[in-house]
Design a protein around this ligand. Structure first.
Ligand code: C2O
Ligand code: CU
Ligand code: CU
Length: 472
């Protein structure tokens, strides 16, 4: 009992707990999910949550985390855990510098903690893994949104069980905009669509299969977009903005379009790039976001395009299908949208500003500097307003998407060379491939206190691949 904590034993299903109901399914022989014919399910867009009230400074929301049943595999019901019972959770629309306050009520029978991924948030609202909401309790999270417009997401972050809770459905989009971005001619309104991409595996009865002990992280054999398996989506012959979130626990994707057409990438985790980048393929690790424009005007009405995953095989090689229709009538008849040649300037942080450098090695399957997470140990102690350079050196044989809370950073170099243009914007998660060394630079502004940083392969995170920094 000295090597494993009680939480480890619960996690791997070795002792009873509130979560045992969840485990019988994972111990069953895994034969693959019931079949789903690709592109037969219509994609939905998660609902936008309306505030319960507003005042001069703040929009107030209320969310209840609760179980719900959803038909994901046709003819079967799957029990998910959802924010307001929705999978993915409802989208929250926020504005830069306008506060959002969310009362999160936990009507599940497990502890939860809600983290705004990409949020520049005081520690008290950051969803620290041990800052838990007990079943039946609630907590108010306050987000100042004193940050650039970007596609963020909120998801569960509870100690040791983040992977399970996110897999069960606790994740949703949180999109920040501002007047500057509104004034740009980018596709907007019904032509600006989030795509939450996740993989899941199902038992024959429709229940979810999960295994927290998977060394490489848990990967499902079905790809879901906004909660639907390999859906189709009707698009008009015009430009669309898609905000793609890799909300998978462990799976990496390499996207391409079946027509060979390029994506026009306009943003990354932390918002718009300084200039658009045309890309034939885009690789996305867990928690990373890419903001892009696809122009369907070149396609003929009635044709279809598949969003492929070049890292997948069989049922995971195709993500979704776009079905091209004529443009709508009325005020949307013309496509007045365009992608400006310059977007929002990203000022490179001069390396000379850094006063401290730190090295973090990624070893074993879940260690940082040869240690697993210890809430009683501070692993880095940046001063408020200090700029620091952190080096991630991957000495393991696996990819580790490294994520920092609190700040957006910039990738300084990848194996000594500059990052590609599309990775040179603001980031909060950077994949560190096996053997790679990546340096990031960032400034710790506004808030003091305790934050975590970790591998965003959620099974790695839960196995201890997490550390913490105290800003003072
Ligand atoms: Cu998206 Cu610490 O998490
Ligand atoms: Cu985060
Ligand atoms: Cu990892």
């Amino acid at each position: 009992m000295n090597k494993f904590s009680r939480r480890d034993l619960i996690k791997f299903g070795l002792v009873g707990s509130v979560s045992t109901a969840f485990f019988p399914s994972i111990l069953r022989a895994q034969t693959g999910s019931p079949p789903v014919t690709p592109f037969t399910i219509s994609m939905t867009v998660p609902p936008v949550l309306q505030p319960v009230s507003r005042n001069e400074t703040t929009d107030f929301y209320e969310i209840t985390m609760r179980p719900a049943q959803k038909e994901i595999i046709p003819g079967l019901l799957t029990t998910i855990w959802g924010y307001n019972g929705s999978f993915p959770g409802p989208t929250i629309l926020a504005r830069s510098d306008r506060e959002v306050s969310i009362r999160q009520r936990n009507n599940l029978n497990v502890e939860t903690s809600v983290h705004l991924h990409g949020g520049h948030t005081p520690p008290s609202s950051d969803g620290y893994p041990l800052d838990m909401i007990e079943p039946g309790e609630h907590k108010d999270y306050v987000y100042p949104n004193h940050q650039l417009p970007a596609t963020l997401w909120y998801h569960d972050h509870v100690m040791d069980f983040t992977g399970r809770n996110v897999y069960q459905g606790l994740a949703g989009c949180y999109i920040i905009s501002d007047d500057v971005e509104d004034a740009m001619p980018l596709p907007s309104g019904r032509y600006d669509i989030p795509l939450v991409i996740q993989d899941r595996q199902f038992n024959a009865d429709g229940s979810l299969v999960y295994n927290a002990g998977a060394i490489a992280g848990f990967m499902g054999d079905r790809i879901l977009v906004n909660g639907s398996v390999q859906p189709f989506f009707h698009v008009e012959r015009r430009k669309y903005r898609f905000r793609i979130l890799n909300g998978s626990n462990a799976r990496r994707y390499q996207f391409s379009l079946s027509t060979g057409q390029q994506f026009i990438q306009i943003g990354s985790d932390g918002g718009l790039l300084s200039a658009p980048a045309a890309r034939s393929t885009i690789t996305l690790s867990p928690a990373e976001r890419v903001d892009l424009v696809i122009d369907f005007a070149q396609q003929s009405t009635g044709s279809s395009i598949v969003l492929n995953n070049l890292l997948g095989t069989g049922s995971t090689a195709q993500v979704m299908q776009f079905r091209v229709m004529a443009r709508a009538y009325g005020k949307w008849r013309q496509d007045k949208f365009s992608v400006p040649e310059t977007l929002r300037p990203v000022q490179a942080i001069p390396p000379g500003d850094a006063t401290v450098t730190r090295l973090f090695t990624l070893t074993g399957h879940s260690m940082i500097n040869n240690m697993t997470f210890d809430p009683n140990r501070i692993d880095a102690d940046p001063l408020l307003n200090a700029t620091e350079i952190w080096t991630f050196q991957n000495q393991s044989g696996m990819h580790h998407p490294m994520h920092l809370h609190d700040i957006m950073f910039q990738v300084l170099d990848v194996n000594g060379g500059p990052p590609p243009a599309w990775d040179a914007g603001w980031k909060d998660t950077v994949n560190v491939p096996p053997g790679a060394t990546i340096r990031i630079i960032g400034k710790f502004t506004d808030y003091t206190g305790l934050y975590v940083f970790h591998c965003h392969n959620l099974e790695h995170e839960d196995a201890g691949m997490m550390a913490q920094f105290m800003v003072s």
